[in-house]
Design a protein around this ligand. Structure first.
Ligand SMILES: Nc1ncnc2c1ncn2[C@@H]1O[C@H](COP(=O)(O)OP(=O)(O)OP(=O)(O)O)[C@@H](O)[C@H]1O
Length: 547
């Protein structure tokens, strides 16, 4: 990566030097040819136009090539940086989910992933390249002037230094505060927009859309105003550079004319120095934009760094549970950090491999929370959860999910086909496997009746399916994974009695050795279980045992 970065800077400097060479040499050539022409036919014939004209063509071609290659090289590097940053961010955010991200808005995470990584990666193209080019080329141009005429070098050096100071005063300091506001407003707008799109149906049904549009418009206007003020500062700094460029060119012209009169300079060298001054200022013209980009990058980097402060549950070497995959929850005490209200109070539960356990209890008793704890999504305040002989806090969600499949209440279907959603759960599944899973989930008849069968699109979040069909598709996903454990959270919610019975019978017949943990309130489901426990007041008690 470092070599890619250096190459980009080298190419940018080559382009600037070629531009400088082209302008200075053209000035010298035109003035020289004019003066030779005025001096008479003999002087005109003896004027060697061939060599400088070839050099002019060389610089023109080099400038085009260097700028073209610079764009390819720097953008390639910036894309590599963006890719690395996004992987880095994902690696930091994923272990924090879901407990560590519960207070962060989805849109804000999206904003960090997309905009902040872009801002930070743009540091290379928008800040590093222009700044290094300005520093290295300014020194080189001043060195060339020094060889030709030290007074001109002093004027050029002074002009360039003043330009940098002007940029500092007009674009760096005032822009910092504005940029902070702009980045915050941009992130808030993006988060609001993502939330609005996500809940578009609710906004429309509740008649709140005009209010929401007005709120989004107000945010957008505030953001545009901030952008306008930043652009005004950048424009002011740019104008200051242009003014300084003309003043410096006039100053260089003055000292060059004096040197010409004193015989220190040849006539064609006077326009050469003036045009060289204009070319030299070309490299500082990009500095106001670079300063604004630097402020933007700094804030993006701060927002990305803030993602690291969240509590990560990443385990270096996750412990591997071993068969039999028995579960023991011992003396568990748990409350959500935000509320503090006890969900589990010294709860104890043992489930043996192959058992079919029903969990029932009032709404909000903590049944789904129990499953979240099994995956170590939340830290428990007291007690232990041992699965397959391993404390779940010493392993990770990936290891656990290879052994436990969950068809949860708040499942998510992707905007893709039925087949894609099934293959997401089990990429190796064959057509026959998928059909079998659909048969058990009581979806085979429905899918067979679809003109495109498994290739039917389910719509945004499965909107083209009924609630019950979508839920059964998530059960089919869980079944396809063929894990030793299956957790079903209200699997038959929204189903008629006949379908419910058919589903439970097919499920038990297909998974005789699988441990099934079924959370349900439904009286038609619980009799299929070996035993049922009731969760109430944070405690589990047997509801009844099948003999
Ligand atoms: N992420 C969360 N942060 C804070 N509190 C939560 C969170 N998730 C659930 N709760 C609270 O924890 C309690 C238990 O919720 P849980 O979803 O586990 O209940 P449940 O028994 O599965 O309910 P239901 O039968 O309605 O699905 C509830 O009071 C709920 O408000």
């Amino acid at each position: 990566m470092r070599w890619h970065m250096r190459l980009g800077i080298l190419l940018a400097c080559t382009g600037a030097v070629a531009n400088f060479g082209l302008l200075t040499l053209s000035g010298w050539l035109l003035a020289g040819a004019a003066m030779a022409g005025l001096a008479g036919a003999v002087a005109a014939q003896s004027f060697n136009i061939l060599l400088p004209a070839t050099a002019v063509r060389f610089f023109a071609t080099t400038r085009i090539l260097a700028r073209y290659l610079e764009k390819i090289s720097t953008h390639d590097t910036a894309l590599r940086l963006t890719g690395r940053l996004r992987s880095w961010l994902y690696a930091r955010l994923a272990p924090q989910a879901p407990a560590g991200l519960v207070s962060v808005r989805g849109g804000d995470i999206l904003s960090r992933f997309v905009s902040d990584t872009d801002r930070v990666a743009a540091w290379y193209t928008d800040v590093a390249v222009p700044c290094w080019r300005a520093i290295l080329c300014s020194l080189f141009f001043a060195g060339v002037f020094l060889c030709l005429l030290p007074q001109a070098a002093a004027v050029l050096g002074g002009g360039l230094a003043l330009a940098v100071m002007g940029v500092w005063c007009l674009a760096v300091r005032p822009v910092r505060g504005l940029m902070q506001r702009s980045v915050e407003r941009h992130a808030a707008l993006q988060a609001e927009l993502a939330d609005t799109l996500h809940g578009l149906g609710e906004w429309l049904v509740l008649g709140a859309m005009p209010r929401q549009i007005a709120a989004l418009n107000a945010r957008q206007t505030a953001l545009t105003n901030t952008h306008r003020r930043i652009a005004a500062h950048e424009g002011l700094a740019g104008s200051c550079i242009t003014l300084l460029m003309f003043c410096t060119a006039v100053g260089v012209l003055g000292v060059a004319l004096q040197a010409f009169r004193a015989g220190q300079l040849a006539g064609p060298e006077v326009p050469m120095l003036v045009l060289g001054t204009l070319a030299a200022f070309d490299v500082v013209a990009a500095l106001p934009g670079a300063c604004v980009a630097a402020a933007r990058t700094q804030l993006g980097a701060q927002r990305l760094a803030a993602c690291e402060t969240g509590e990560s549950k990443a385990v270096a070497t996750p412990a591997q549970p071993v068969a039999p995959y028995d579960l023991e929850m011992r003396n568990l005490c748990f409350s959500y950090p935000q509320t503090g209200a006890a969900v589990l109070d010294h709860t104890t539960l043992t489930v043996r491999q192959g058992e079919k356990l029903g969990i029932t209890g009032p709404s909000g008793a903590g049944k789904s929370s129990l499953v979240a704890l099994l995956f170590n999504f939340w830290p428990v305040q007291e007690g232990r959860i041992v699965f397959g002989g391993v404390d779940v806090s010493t392993t990770d969600a990936e290891t656990l999910s290879s052994l436990i499949s969950v068809a949860s209440q708040d499942f998510h279907l992707f905007t893709a086909t039925l087949r894609d959603n099934l293959l997401l759960a089990a990429p190796q599944a064959s057509e026959a496997d998928m059909n079998e899973a659909l048969r058990i989930a009581q979806l085979a008849t429905f899918v067979a009746a679809l003109p495109q069968g498994l290739d039917t699109l389910v719509g945004h979040e499965g909107l083209r399916l009924s609630g019950g069909q979508a839920r059964r598709l998530s059960i089919a996903q869980a079944l396809l994974r063929r894990t030793p454990w299956l957790v079903l959270d209200e699997p038959t919610e929204g189903l008629d009695d006949a379908t419910e019975q058919a589903l439970m019978q097919a499920l038990l017949a297909a998974c005789p050795r699988t441990t099934i943990l079924c959370i349900s309130h439904r009286s038609g489901v619980l009799p299929f279980m070996d035993r049922v426990v009731r969760l109430e007041g944070g405690r589990l008690c047997p509801e009844g045992e099948k003999t």
